[in-house]
Design a protein around this ligand. Structure first.
Ligand code: G3I
Length: 304
């Protein structure tokens, strides 16, 4: 096939992108989105600060715009993210203990209920493990409410939207290391105790300091072997030209080689849309032209 989405769909997968609601009126941006992608992830619009700026008062306008666009182009939606230590509204940052736990669970319930039936996969919990060799949970206000906050969030999400796949999502877990081992142990524990978890998201933000790991596919596969789906959720790769194209193709092939890898999401459309302050980590240049990395991903999706 001739687009990313249609090519991924040939093997039952999706190819998605992060989307910013305020860019939907940009015709170059929208044209590429509508043509190439069959999954979208709101880049910021479903986060806690955006959806519940005041406690108990929910604001879904920007996120609803993205969901409406997804519907109109036949794309799935990845919901991102119900519970996260970052991008919390000020009022939540000032809570702790049972008040914070209740507020978090109410947030998960309300947002998952608002989008019930419209979300393919939810990032229920994002980035809850520490970097480095400790294998520990990340210290955060949510973690300080008790180690069971993650499973409590997953149970609340399942109760609110039983049809959505529920994912745990993190970065620096793309290869086998202390952090991914800790996530692996959590997933194993959740499966053994019947805590509802369906998928693990691997953000896959790669650069010179943190390149595509050589054991990327093996790592995806070991999680899949636990009985969860795996998804590449925020892919971007610093660099340019043939080297960047080669890495993007390798990441794509890794997903295709894992039966339970549902799809790939890149974290933005054009280089100028990237969260990275500088650099060229995406598939389209700032003018919306296809880069070598685009061609290599398309070829890989089509079996090349
Ligand atoms: O909306 C405000 C605007 O009102 C204000 O004037 C402006 C001034 O700074 O900030 C705007 O908010 C910014 C927001 O993006 C929307 O553009 C925030 O400052 C900025 O911090 C925020 O950055 C986002 C970042 O998450 C926050 O943690 C990036 O767009 C987004 O790409 C990035 O995405 C994360 C994933 O959610 C989780 N994994 C890592 C990934 C990359 O950091």
């Amino acid at each position: 096939a001739t687009t990313l989405g249609a090519s991924a769909a040939a093997s039952g997968r999706y190819f998605g992108t992060a989307v910013a609601a305020y860019k939907l009126s940009d015709s170059t941006y929208s044209g590429i989105l509508n043509r190439e992608f069959n999954s979208v992830t709101p880049e910021n619009e479903m986060k806690w600060d955006a959806t519940e700026p005041t406690q108990g008062q929910f604001s879904y306008g920007s996120a609803d715009q993205i969901v409406a666009r997804a519907k109109s182009i036949g794309a799935k939606v990845r919901g991102h993210a119900l519970a996260w230590h970052s991008q919390q509204p000020g009022w939540a940052q000032n809570l702790s203990g049972t008040a914070l736990r209740s507020a978090m669970l109410n947030h998960v319930t309300q947002v998952a209920t608002h989008y019930k039936g419209q979300i393919d996969s939810w990032d229920v919990v994002n980035e809850a493990f520490a970097d480095g060799s400790s294998g520990a949970r990340r210290d955060s206000n949510l973690q300080r409410t008790g180690n069971d906050w993650i499973e409590a969030a997953f149970r609340a999400a399942r109760a609110a939207d039983p049809a959505a796949k529920l994912c745990y999502n993190d970065y620096n877990t793309d290869g086998q290391n202390a952090k991914s081992n800790a996530v692996f142990a959590m997933v194993q524990d959740f499966k053994s105790r019947g805590v509802p978890i369906d998928c693990v998201g691997f953000q896959s933000h790669f650069n010179a300091q943190s390149p595509l790991p050589s054991d990327y596919q093996a790592n995806l596969q070991r999680f899949a072997n636990l009985g969860v789906d795996v998804q590449i959720t925020e892919l971007d790769i610093e660099g340019s030209g043939a080297a960047q194209a080669t890495s993007f193709a390798a990441a794509t092939r890794a997903c295709l080689a894992v039966t339970r890898c549902n799809g790939i999401t890149v974290w933005g459309i054009r280089d100028s849309d990237s969260w990275r302050a500088s650099g060229t980590p995406l598939l389209f240049d700032g003018s919306g032209n296809k880069k070598a990395a685009y061609e290599s991903v398309l070829a890989a999706l089509n079996g090349g």
